[in-house]
Write a protein that binds this ligand. Structure first.
Ligand SMILES: CC(C)(COP(=O)(O)OP(=O)(O)OC[C@H]1O[C@@H](n2cnc3c(N)ncnc32)[C@H](O)[C@@H]1OP(=O)(O)O)[C@@H](O)C(=O)NCCC(=O)NCCS
Length: 187
């Protein structure tokens, strides 16, 4: 597939409910292109709808009107969807943990460092979310591209666990703020 290089038409902005169709469409394209379906678990439409409502957000990278990539940031609170529950953290730490849920880049837009850029931008935006101090995410141990990018963004592996109905995942975490770029989430 021909690669699209960054140009001045690209912009990053928060997605709104009006972008939900584009989010679902991009996710379908990415799923259809997966070489291994175990690497990525899709988010259903209703869940993505809730991810578009504050304090959650979906940050998109648009090439003109076309959604090229997005990242969802979710504040799950004290619910089973919070990966801090998997880690056995106490309730106050669970409540202070948010998650980076999905990051997808359209196959034609890969190789522009968009996953890293979306993580950096999303966490900078998340700095305004009251009460959140830790960010958790999951990545398949086989997902070399995502694992590399997430670790380069300061996340550390905290646990390996079967998630999403029996798929191998690392749970990774980092502090929301990295004052000296070396602090990572407590194990
Ligand atoms: C993981 C993912 C977001 C990374 O995309 P990205 O930010 O564009 O990746 P990078 O810019 O770091 O790419 C670095 C190199 O790896 C290549 N690459 C990235 N993802 C690739 C993939 N899935 N398959 C093959 N090559 C890939 C890029 O083309 C680039 O190659 P180059 O240096 O020769 O140009 C993207 O592969 C993707 O959407 N995968 C499917 C969904 C997924 O796994 N999401 C993460 C878990 S939620």
């Amino acid at each position: 597939m021909a690669k699209t290089k960054r140009n001045s038409d690209w912009c990053f902005r928060m997605c709104t409910q009006a972008d939900l169709d584009a989010v679902m469409r991009l996710q379908e394209i990415v799923c259809a292109a997966l070489e291994d379906p175990d690497l990525f678990v899709a988010t259903d439409r209703e869940e993505n709808r809730t991810y578009l409502a504050a304090p959650n957000f979906i940050l998109g990278c648009f090439d003109g009107d076309v959604l090229a990539a997005y990242c969802s940031f979710v504040v799950p609170g004290n619910t089973p969807e919070n990966y801090a529950q998997d880690l056995g953290w106490p309730p106050e730490k669970v409540c202070a943990a948010a998650k980076l849920d999905t990051i997808v880049v359209h196959p034609a837009y890969r190789g522009n460092g968009l996953q890293r850029e979306l993580i950096d931008r999303a966490l900078a935006l998340a700095a305004h979310t009251p009460g959140v101090s830790t960010v958790l995410t999951t990545v398949s141990p086989k997902n070399q591209y995502s694992l590399h990018n997430v670790q380069a963004a300061g996340f550390s592996i905290l646990m390996r666990k079967l998630k999403y109905g029996g798929k191998e995942r690392f749970i990774l975490g980092r502090a929301l703020f990295l004052p000296n770029n070396t602090e990572t989430a407590e194990k």
